[in-house]
Design a protein around this ligand. Sequence first.
Ligand code: BGC
Length: 402
Amino acid sequence: MAEVILPDGFLIGASTSAHQTEGGNVNSTWWMFEHRPGTPIAESSGDAADSWHRWPDDLDLVAEVGLNAYRFSIEWARIEPARDEISHAAVLHYGRIIDGARERGIEPIVTLHHFTEPRWFWEAGGWAAADAAERFARYVAALTPILQPVRWIVTINEPNMAAMMGRVSRRASSEDRAEEAKRDVPGAPLPAPDRPTAAGLTAAHRAAREVLGELVPSALTGWSIANQVVQAVPGGEEAAARFTEVIEDELLRESVGDDFVGVQSYTRTVFGPSGPVRDDPEETRTLMGWEYWPDALEQAVRHTHDVVGPMAILVTENGIATGDDTRRIAYTSSALAGLGRAMADGIDVRGYLHWSLLDNYEWGSYRPTFGLASWDPETFDRSPKPSANWLGGIAKGRRLPS
Ligand code: BGC
């Protein structure tokens, strides 16, 4: 296949999220879950990569290796540590990151919610509370002064995974839980997203879009969906179709009408006659235990396009947890080749953001390393891996691997 030459303005960069990199997010739900007596969570996020202080180093890293975009998230629990108490200092902190990106020639892609909320919000009923969307919209409105220079805003990261986590974190009666469990696909690797949580997130997304449409009219807004790339071998077709519907398509369809949709993809799930099947040898799996399957990105982009129709797609996450950086380059190179094939077929892809810029807190553990760069746990000094320069080279050369 011919090499894909990237159009002007195509973004090639890296992603992070606040709770996974900032450290010390003591007012967030996740910090609370990490520190509960008897928590099943193995490790606390602690200082993470100290990006709360080290954000200029993160931006320097992005610029130095030649990437042109950086996706990061704003922590609601820092902006509104107590109900109706906005920290203007925290708002300005994130404003400095946005300006700092622009000063370095980096396109900032800002996520407003990445899996964590303020504790007070959870205590008041979380996403299932009647005023959840309104609370989120007020938080978003408080950010609008600093969002003016931002072109790409992801309102909510992976609402489908956030709603799935809602199955555990939502305070629900046992009848309610039993009702939700009826939607699970037998044997599926993930439970179905919690409907009250999903409804709250969808309403919050719409409310945020309304606020942003009015107060930051130059921004493109959308959300990002986790793609499981569900496939079937003979006998698994029905389960695969049901799982695709509950785990992603229900919320993917809600993207129609947005300015873009974010695609996030890592691996695939294959169903056989009695549940998921896999024959990848254990030693070839990633540090997440996932199948090494770089074609997932191409399939995720094609599936998204099939479900939502002709709208702009931004790859907001794709990457691999590995201690072997050569493998990261090989994985990403194949994934980008697949992305090129989808683009050559006319799918409107506007950029690729690798997960992740840094090794980071993988929701319970620091063991799975997804980063283009590592950091010293005591000095927090960043060290780019060869993959960082390799991906920067693609951004500079403006050609996808074929
Ligand atoms: C999430 C990230 C996470 C990554 C790898 C995505 O689901 O948005 O926060 O670290 O996948 O598991």
